[in-house]
Write a protein that binds this ligand. Structure first.
Ligand code: HEC
Length: 140
């Protein structure tokens, strides 16, 4: 025959055991991952860049190369006309050349390569090259 006090102790022991199991079950349930289809393919992407809705946009200044040509009469012509096919640095890249060679060089650009340089500008360029880029006159 089990006494009433012992019954109560067994009841409370069982109650505590059930509570521990219940708490454990709830905790285990929280740890489970749910892989439902709602999560599939939902990779988080950064916000796409906002596109301009009008045609207005800005760019920086075009990086024009400034030739390091010696200042002087004809420099403007050389910088403009000797810039069409190649950089005018072709002038400064050369060793100091005799005046006749510069004239031949400018003539060659027109005759051999088809440079379209007005006669006046051509004369000024030749004079400019002879004044600044010969062995006698070239400073740097
Ligand atoms: C129609 C195109 C054109 C123009 C304009 C032009 N050149 Fe040239 N130049 C060339 C070509 C092509 C070459 C040879 C290929 C290369 O080296 O790029 C050349 C080469 C040169 C060279 C290197 C040496 C040589 O004979 O190959 C010099 C110096 C030169 N040019 C000077 C000038 C000068 C000064 C002017 C302005 C009066 C000028 N060029 C204008 C096309 C041109």
């Amino acid at each position: 025959m089990i006494g009433a006090g012992k019954k109560r102790r067994i009841f409370f022991a069982l109650l505590i055991g059930v509570c521990v199991l219940a708490v454990g079950a709830i905790y285990a349930d929280l740890q489970i991952g749910y892989y439902t289809s709602a999560n599939l393919g939902s990779v988080v992407q950064p916000a796409p860049p906002r596109l301009q809705t009008n045609g207005v946009y800005s760019v920086a200044a075009y990086p024009l190369y400034t030739p390091q040509l010696v200042p002087g009469v004809g420099r403007q012509d050389a910088a403009a006309y000797c810039n069409t096919c190649h950089t005018p640095s072709y002038i400064t890249m050369q060793p100091p050349l005799p005046a006749a060679t510069w004239k031949a060089e400018v003539d060659k650009m027109g005759k051999a390569f088809g440079a379209q340089i007005p006669t006046g500008a051509q004369a000024r360029i030749i004079k400019y090259l002879e004044t600044h880029y010969t062995p006698e006159t070239r400073k740097h």
